[in-house]
Design a protein around this ligand. Structure first.
Ligand code: SF4
Length: 208
């Protein structure tokens, strides 16, 4: 897809200066000059490293879907334990683990309403526009993002990942807008509590 018209990026950089430049180079060139140079810091290398794990997760989306289904069943099985301790009390340690595991594997931003299993294991919150329902019109011809030219479009990757998954067609479901009040909360616990309440409701209906 061609870049969308009027998709100006970094307007402070003259158009001629952007030719053939990556975003990391542009950021470096426009950064304020100072005598302090942090050791071993390369935005480009950092970005590539984080993309590598993120892209691995997309390539192995079917395996991760299988793992997640079992993991969520185990979490639901432990619902009586979470309830006995108190969901509020277990949130901090669970969130600590969730943030690190998903941060490493998916560059998770802890939106608290995870849709990874519907988006080919590609986190939509990594889209600079944070689009939750497919790509914008600015995907580059090479499949990269119009805002971050070095980054593969998370929605292109989401589609690729979804094609490997058993329930990949979940990507066609329309996602609700992000509820900002759920940021920095545990999606694992929220999904578990919701599933437990649904299960309880069905049992009551079946017994009525
Ligand atoms: S959808 Fe939300 S919870 Fe899931 S990986 Fe992305 S930021 Fe994290």
């Amino acid at each position: 897809m061609a870049p969308s018209p009027g998709s100006d990026v970094l307007p402070s950089v003259p158009p001629a200066a952007t030719d053939g430049m990556t975003q990391a180079t542009m950021v470096k060139k426009t950064a304020p000059k100072s005598d302090y140079k942090p050791a071993d810091v390369s935005p480009q290398r950092r970005v590539q490293r984080s993309f590598a794990v993120r892209l691995w997760s997309v390539r192995h989306s079917r395996f991760l879907e299988w793992v997640y289904l079992r993991f969520s069943a185990m979490f639901l099985h432990l619902h009586p334990l979470w309830k006995a301790i108190g969901y509020g009390r277990v949130e901090a340690p669970i969130k600590f683990v969730e943030k690190r595991v998903k941060g490493f594997m998916f560059d998770c931003r802890m939106c608290g309403q995870c849709v990874l299993s519907s988006t080919g294991m590609s986190c939509p919150m990594n889209c600079p526009k944070q689009l939750r329902n497919g790509p914008c019109g600015g995907v580059r011809a090479n499949g990269n993002c119009e805002v971050e030219p070095d980054m593969p479009c998370v929605w292109v990757k989401a589609w690729e990942g979804s094609r490997n998954m058993a329930h990949g067609d979940n990507i066609l479901a329309v996602q609700k807008p992000v509820d900002q009040s759920l940021r920095e909360t545990s999606a694992w616990l929220r999904v578990t509590a919701l599933a437990a309440s649904e299960r309880e409701k069905s049992r009551l209906e079946a017994g009525a």
